[in-house]
Design a protein around this ligand. Structure first.
Ligand code: NAD
Ligand code: PRE
Length: 282
């Protein structure tokens, strides 16, 4: 298959590398609005040729949109206007806005809304790796609206990446990812700001920070260019979970203020239950 990747960063780059390695992609055409990223992707062997959007669509059988979700909302209808036999999929972290953008489009069936639940805090083509995706879920949304052959191609792509496909409606997807992905990023960004504000001795952070701190602020290293549009598109669900989170923080604060050590212990014991939920994966 000839593949076009639009957005040559961590996700698009990693998909291109793995699909080439597996022999699925015979040629990869790359599109990016940052010239430095297209050049880097070519240099790293992620893509075989730099294209503009029109040539990439004309040259390919499969088009992967892996730009930030704000760019995908603009790009997707333009891409669908130009496709014929091609399959189009996106990898965006939000789905409702994209599905809304192509509602009623005559080529809607060629588009599969997908979300691979794998990533890192790093971005750009240099972050792309073949050591990606394996064992994680890929979400496919509104599958009943897709042409059967296009859906089968998207399923095959993610199976080749070592992922398992799960199916849900776009609106449900956006609620669930607000809980298991988006809120973690907000808390990590806020935690990093808290520590940068309070601890003015940067050397103390450098010297004393160990695994606990590093694991909780890892996500604060993530790209604002990727995350701002996600928070914007998923505003309502994020505000809902953020309200709950703030009330949880208030409970911890109140226990400490009032020296209610018993209730504080109960709050932590309840939190420990997350271990049982996550351990079911092993
Ligand atoms: N990073 C993650 O953990 C992760 C995981 C799953 C899905 N996603 C989603 O996948 C997509 C890509 O994320 P990423 O982590 O690879 O981001 P990234 O920042 O590493 O790469 C995005 C690339 O898109 C390019 N780009 C921006 N606007 C563009 C436009 N208008 N046209 C063409 N290219 C454009 C950027 O220059 C960059 O090279 C996003 O929609 C994101 O929500 C990210
Ligand atoms: O592990 C990370 O660094 C990630 O941020 C990956 C992660 C997440 O788990 O929240 C981030 C965004 C996605 O859309 C999917 C996966």
């Amino acid at each position: 298959m000839k593949i076009a990747v639009v957005g040559l960063g961590l996700i698009g780059g990693s998909m291109a590398l793995v699909l080439k390695q597996k022999g699925f992609a015979t040629k990869v055409f790359g599109v990016d609005n940052q010239e430095a990223n297209t050049r880097k992707a070519l240099e790293l062997g992620i893509i075989d040729e730099i294209n503009d959007l029109d040539s990439a669509i004309a040259n390919s059988d499969l088009i992967i949109l892996s730009a930030p979700v704000s760019a995908c909302v603009t790009l997707l209808p333009l891409v669908l206007d130009r496709v014929d036999h091609q399959v189009v999929l996106d990898t965006g972290s939000t789905k409702s806005a994209l599905l809304e953008a192509v509602k009623g489009h005559p080529k809607r069936g060629r588009y599969i809304a997908t979300h691979p639940m794998w990533g890192t805090e790093f971005s750009g083509p240099e972050a792309a790796t073949t050591d990606a995706f394996t064992g994680r879920a890929n979400v496919i949304c509104n599958a009943s609206e897709c042409d059967k052959d296009a859906l089968a191609t998207a399923e095959q792509v993610y199976t080749l990446l070592g992922m398992y496909n799960v199916y849900m409606e776009g609106k449900d997807h956006d609620v669930h990812v607000a809980y298991v992905s988006h809120i973690s990023h907000i808390t990590s960004f806020a935690l990093a700001n808290t520590v940068l504000e309070k601890e003015r001795e940067e050397n103390a952070i450098f010297e004393l920070a160990s695994a606990g701190f590093e694991s909780t602020v890892r996500l604060a290293k993530s790209s604002p260019a990727m995350w701002m549009p996600i928070f914007k598109q998923n505003k309502e669900n994020i505000l809902d979970v953020l309200n709950e989170h703030i009330s949880q923080l208030r409970k911890f604060k109140s226990c400490i203020e009032k020296e209610n050590w018993e209730y504080l212990t109960e709050l932590m014991e309840h939190a420990n239950k997350i271990k049982d939920v996550l351990d079911r994966k092993e």
